[in-house]
Design a protein around this ligand. Structure first.
Ligand code: PEP
Ligand code: MN
Length: 341
C-alpha cells in the first residue's frame, strides 16, 4: 500500500500516518518528491481497509493498494496457467472446451436427445440445470434430483462430463454426488457460505460472474473457493448489466484478456445468457474464442419453442453444429496468445 501526502501536509499529519501504518503491522518506507511525501507500507496485510488511511487526516492525498488481495487466484504467486482436468477433458489447455445442453433438464427424453447431438458435434461437457434460479418464483424451478439422475445418465450414455448449478449450501452434497463440475450461478457469485462449501469438495467449480460484479469481486469469489483448499476453479463471463439494452446483458469480452493477466485460472464465456437471443449467440461465441477464452458454455435445445426456460436463446441443433465448425476454424487460424509489447 502506498500513501501519498498532499504538498501542504504538516509534519504532524505525516507522523500520524506513519504511526497508524506501524500500528497496522507495516514497516514504513519514506520517499520525498519535489512536492509530495510518499509513505510505502511494506508487509503482507491483506485485511487492511485503505479508507482507514484515506480519512485519517487532511494531509492524506491518496492511498493506493499495490498487492492484489487474491493471493491464490492471482497470477503473482502462480505464474503458470492452471489446467483443470475433469477426467480426460482439460479446461485451460490448448483446445477450447465446449459445455453445451439445455437451460433446464425437463425430461429424460429431452436431455438424452440433446446430449447425443452435442456430443456427436464436439461438446465434451453437458450443461443443464436441475435447480433453476428463476427471476419469478412462479416459473419452472427445475426437476431437482430427478433432473440430476436424467442428466447423469445422458452424460454417461454419450461420453460427456456434466456441469450443473448448485443453488444453496444444503444442496452441495446432493449435487456433488451426480455432477462432475459444480456451477455457481451469477446470482450466487457473492454467496460466501456457498462458495466456502463448494471449496470443501473435490469437484471443479465453475463460477459465473455476477452481473454487477467487478473483476476484483469476481476473482475474490474464486479466492473464497480456493481458500478452502479447492483450487479447481473455472471462471465464466456471462454478461453484465449496462445501459445497452438490445441484448439481455452485455458480454464483457474485455475481461478475458484482463483475467488472463490477473489470474492463472481458465475463463470461458457464455454467449447464451449474455445475449439472450439465438441469432446473437454465434457471433459472440466466435468473438469470445478469438479473444482467448478457454471455452464456452452454450444453451442448445432440440425444440426451443417448447423449452421450459430460455428457449429464445437456445441454439437449434444445426446452429450448434455450425458454431462448432466455426470455432474449430477460428482455433486453427488464430493465435490466442496475447502479443506483449
Ligand atoms: C445457467 O447457466 O443456467 C444460468 C442460470 O446462468 P447465470 O447464472 O449466468 O444467469
Ligand atoms: Mn438459461
Amino acid at each position: 500500500m502506498i500513501v501519498v501526502m498532499k504538498p501542504d501536509a504538516t509534519e504532524e499529519e505525516i507522523n500520524e500516518v506513519e504511526e497508524k501504518l506501524i500500528d497496522l503491522g507495516f514497516s514504513v518506507h519514506f520517499s520525498q518528491g519535489v512536492d509530495y511525501t510518499t509513505l510505502g507500507a511494506i508487509g503482507d496485510k491483506s485485511g487492511v481497509d485503505p479508507r482507514e488511511l484515506e480519512i485519517l487526516n487532511e494531509g492524506v492525498a491518496k492511498v493506493t493498494e499495490i498487492s492484489e488481495p487474491y493471493k491464490l487466484a492471482g497470477r503473482n504467486f502462480h505464474p503458470a496457467d492452471s489446467v483443470i482436468e475433469v477426467g480426460d477433458v482439460k479446461i485451460g489447455g490448448e483446445e477450447p472446451v465446449t459445455m453445451a445442453g439445455p437451460c433446464a433438464i425437463e425430461s429424460r427424453e429431452q436431455v438424452e436427445t440433446i446430449a447425443e447431438y452435442v456430443s456427436d458435434h464436439g461438446a465434451s461437457i453437458l450443461r443443464g440445470g436441475a435447480f433453476k434460479p428463476r427471476t419469478s418464483p412462479y416459473s419452472f424451478q427445475g426437476l431437482g434430483e430427478e433432473g440430476l439422475k436424467y442428466m447423469r445418465k445422458a452424460a454417461d450414455n454419450n461420453d460427456l462430463k456434466m456441469v450443473t448449478e448448485v443453488m444453496g449450501k444444503s444442496q452441495v452434497g446432493l449435487v456433488s454426488s451426480y455432477a462432475d463440475i459444480l456451477q455457481i450461478g451469477s446470482r450466487n457469485m457473492q454467496n460466501y457460505n456457498l462458495l466456502r462449501e463448494v471449496g470443501k469438495t473435490d469437484r471443479p467449480v465453475l463460477i459465473k460472474r455476477g452481473f454487477s460484479s467487478t473483476v476484483k469481486e469476481f476473482l475474490m469469489a474464486a479466492e473464497y473457493v480456493m481458500s478452502e483448499g479447492n483450487e479447481k476453479v473455472i471462471l465464466c463471463e456471462r454478461g453484465i448489466r449496462t445501459f445497452s439494452d438490445e441484448t439481455r446483458f452485455t458480454l464483457d469480452l474485455s475481461v478475458v484478456p484482463v483475467i488472463k493477466d490477473e489470474s492463472h485460472l481458465p475463463i470461458i464465456i457464455d454467449p447464451s445468457h449474455s445475449t439472450g437471443v439465438r441469432d446473437k449467440v454465434i457471433p459472440m461465441a466466435r468473438a469470445g474464442i478469438a479473444a482467448g477464452a478457454d471455452g464456452m458454455i452454450v444453451e442448445v435445445h432440440h425444440e426451443p419453442e417448447n423449452a421450459k426456460s430460455d428457449g429464445p436463446q437456445s441454439l437449434r441443433p444445426p446452429q450448434f453444429a455450425a458454431l462448432m465448425d466455426q470455432v474449430k476454424q477460428i482455433n486453427e487460424t488464430l493465435t490466442r496468445e496475447p502479443v506483449k509489447a
